[in-house]
Design a protein around this ligand. Structure first.
Ligand code: NDP
Length: 497
C-alpha cells in the first residue's frame, strides 16, 4: 500500500522556518545553526529548525519565570484545569495533523501516532487537568505541651515549585513532553521544554495550540537544539527550580549532577532499562510468542518500557524461537505513513548506526541469530525485527540497552533461577511475568526489582498508575497522584494563639 496523503496544513507547517517558541510567539535566531529534520522512512529532509542561542534560553526561562510569578500563580486551580482540557480538545481537533507530523519526523507508524502518541497525550492532559483542583495540604494536631495556656495549630501547603525545565527524548516527542508540562502546569508551575533535536516539530505545534487554548504566553515555552548546549544552559539557569528529564542513563546521571551543582534543583530522572520478561513453564508457546511481540517490538523497540531480555523454560525455548521466527517473518516492514505496515523504520541515523553496531557485536560474540540482525529493504532506517539466543546472562545482548527491536533469549531450569536472572542488572524500569498461575505470579511481584511489574502483559501505561524506575533506571515517579509530590514544595505553617 502507498503512503497516506499528507494534509495541506502539515505541508504548510513543515515549510515554515521553525524557531523557538517563547512568551507566546515564535522567536527567530537566524544566525544559529539550522538542523534538518529527516523523515526516517526515506531519509529526506522534511523541515529545518533553528537551534536556540544562549540568549534565547535565558529569554525562555525569564519569560517562564515572569509568567509564573505574574499570571499562573494567580490563576485559579479550576481555570488551570479548564485550560489544560481546552488544549486537550484542540489536540483532539488537530489529531491527524499532529499524528502526521510525528510520523514524518520520528518514523512512528501512523496508526501508533494516532492511537498512542496523540490519543494517550490527550488522556494524560485530561488526567492532569483533573488533578489541578485536588492538590492540597493537611492539617496536623501538634503534640508538644503548652506551658502558658497557648495553643498551636499546624497545616501544610502544597505550592508550585516554579519554573520547570523538561528535557525530552525522541521516541514519544509529544507524550513525554505532556507528562512534563501537563504535570507542571496542573500544579501551578510554568515550563520550558527542550525536545530532542531529532523530533522538535510536534511540540512547536502543540505550543501554538496551547496559546490558542488560552494558556497565557510564557507558561509553556519551547527551546530547540542539542542537549550539550541548550540542555546544559537550561539546567544551569538559576531561575529553573526543577529539572524533569527522560533519556538514557549516562545522560541522566550527568543531568542529575548538573542540576545539583546548579543550586540543588529538584530532579526527576526517567531513564533507560534492559527490561526482563519471564515466561513460566505453564505458559503456552503460542501465547508466549504473542507476548514477546507485544513486549519487544512496539515502535521498533524504541520504547523505554519494552522488554529486551526474555527468559523461557528450557523445555519450551526451541519451540518458542521457531514460532517467533515464523511470526516475525510475516510482519510487513514499511514506511511510517503506510497504514498497512506493521513495522516501521528506526527513528534516526545515529540510532540506526547504534543498532547496526549492536548486530555486529551480537554476531561476533554469540554467532546464532534466530531472526533479523540485518538491515531491511527500503531507503529509510529500516532493520529487521531481531531475535537472538544468548549463551549466558553475561553476554552483551543481555546487558546493554539497544532501545531497538532486539529480543534476547536465555533458557532457565527453575523459577528461582529465572527470578535471579531477571533481577541481575543495574537497571530497574519495568518487568513482566507470564503465567496462568496467578497466585504464583503475585508471589513473584514483590521480589522483582522494577518500578512497574506487569502480569501477562507488557508496555501498558495508564495516567493513574505511577511510572518510574528503581536502581539506575531513575529517580521519582510520573503520573498517578505521585506526580504532585515532584512538582510542588511542601510548606509547613504553625500558628500560635
Ligand atoms: P539521550 O539521553 O541521549 O537524550 C535525551 C534528551 O536529553 C534529549 O533531548 C537530548 O538532547 C538531551 N541531552 C543530551 N545530552 C544532554 C546534556 N548533557 N544535558 C542536558 N540534556 C541533554 O536519550 P535519547 O534521546 O537517545 O533517548 C533514548 C533513551 O531514553 C533510552 O535510553 C531510553 O531508555 C530512554 N527513555 C526512558 C524513558 C523512561 O520513561 N524511563 C522513556 C523514553 C526513553 P539531544 O538529543 O537533542 O542532544
Amino acid at each position: 500500500m502507498a503512503d497516506i496523503r499528507i494534509l495541506s496544513e502539515v505541508e504548510t507547517f513543515l515549510a515554515r522556518q521553525h524557531r523557538q517558541y517563547i512568551d507566546g510567539q515564535a522567536v527567530a535566531a537566524m544566525d544559529t545553526v539550522a538542523t534538518d529534520i529527516i523523515n526516517p522512512s526515506n531519509r529526506k529532509v522534511v523541515a529545518s529548525v533553528r537551534q536556540a542561542t544562549p540568549a534565547q534560553v535565558q529569554h525562555a526561562v525569564a519569560s517562564a519565570h515572569e509568567a509564573f510569578t505574574g499570571v499562573w500563580q494567580q490563576t485559579s486551580a479550576a481555570r488551570r484545569g479548564e485550560l489544560l482540557n481546552r488544549l486537550a480538545d484542540l489536540m483532539q481537533a488537530h489529531r491527524e495533523e499532529l499524528a502526521q507530523i510525528e510520523s514524518l519526523s520520528s518514523g512512528k507508524l501512523i496508526g501508533l501516532s494516532r492511537a498512542f502518541e496523540i490519543d494517550y497525550s490527550i488522556a494524560f492532559l485530561r488526567y492532569y487537568a483533573g488533578w489541578a483542583t485536588k492538590i492540597h495540604g493537611q492539617t496536623m494536631n501538634l503534640s508538644l505541651p503548652s506551658s502558658n495556656g497557648e495553643q498551636y495549630t499546624g497545616f501544610t501547603l502544597r505550592q508550585p515549585i516554579g519554573v520547570v525545565a523538561g528535557i525530552v527524548p525522541w521516541n514519544f516527542s509529544i507524550m513525554i513532553a505532556v507528562w512534563k508540562f501537563g504535570s507542571a502546569l496542573a500544579c501551578g508551575c510554568t515550563a520550558v521544554i527542550k525536545p530532542s533535536e531529532f523530533t522538535p516539530l510536534t511540540m512547536l505545534r502543540v505550543a501554538e495550540l496551547a496559546l490558542e487554548a488560552g494558556i497565557p504566553p510564557g507558561v509553556l515555552n519551547i527551546v530547540n537544539g542539542n542537549g550539550r548546549t541548550v540542555g546544559t544552559a537550561l539546567i544551569a539557569h538559576p531561575k529553573v527550580a526543577k529539572v524533569t528529564f527522560t533519556g538514557s542513563v549516562p545522560t541522566g546521571v550527568g543531568v542529575g549532577v548538573a542540576a545539583m551543582q546548579a543550586g540543588l534543583k529538584h530532579v526527576t530522572l526517567e531513564l533507560g532499562g534492559k527490561n526482563p520478561a519471564g515466561f513460566l513453564r505453564d505458559f503456552p508457546v503460542e501465547r508466549t510468542v504473542d507476548g514477546i511481540i507485544e513486549a519487544a517490538y512496539l515502535h521498533q523497540g524504541e520504547v523505554c518500557a519494552s522488554a529486551e531480555r526474555f527468559y523461557v523454560h528450557r523445555s519450551r525455548i526451541d519451540d518458542v524461537l521457531e514460532a517467533l521466527h515464523h511470526t516475525l517473518a510475516t510482519l510487513k516492514i514499511g514506511s511510517a505513513l503506510d497504514e498497512s505496515a506493521q513495522f516501521g523504520p528506526l527513528a534516526n541515523a545515529a540510532h540506526f548506526a547504534k543498532v547496526m553496531a549492536f548486530f555486529e557485536k551480537a554476531r561476533a560474540q554469540d554467532g546464532e541469530i534466530v531472526h533479523g540482525g540485518t538491515v531491511a529493504p527500503g531507503d529509510g532506517f529500516f532493520v529487521q525485527p531481531t531475535a537472538i539466543p544468548a549463551r549466558s546472562q553475561a553476554d552483551t545482548i543481555m546487558t546493554e540497552e539497544t532501545f531497538g527491536p532486539v529480543a534476547s533469549f536465555l533458557a532457565y531450569d527453575d523459577e528461582e533461577e529465572m527470578l535471579h536472572y531477571m533481577n541481575d542488572t543495574h537497571f530497574g524500569l519495568t518487568a513482566s511475568i507470564w503465567t496462568n498461575d496467578l497466585s504464583k505470579a503475585l508471589r513473584f511481584v514483590p521480589r522483582v526489582e522494577a518500578g512497574t511489574v506487569w502480569v501477562n502483559m507488557h508496555n501498558y501505561i495508564d495516567p493513574a498508575m505511577p511510572f518510574g524506575g528503581v536502581k539506575s533506571s531513575g529517580i521519582g515517579r510520573e503520573f498517578g497522584e505521585a506526580f504532585i509530590e515532584y512538582f510542588t514544595e511542601l510548606k509547613s505553617v504553625i500558628v500560635r494563639y
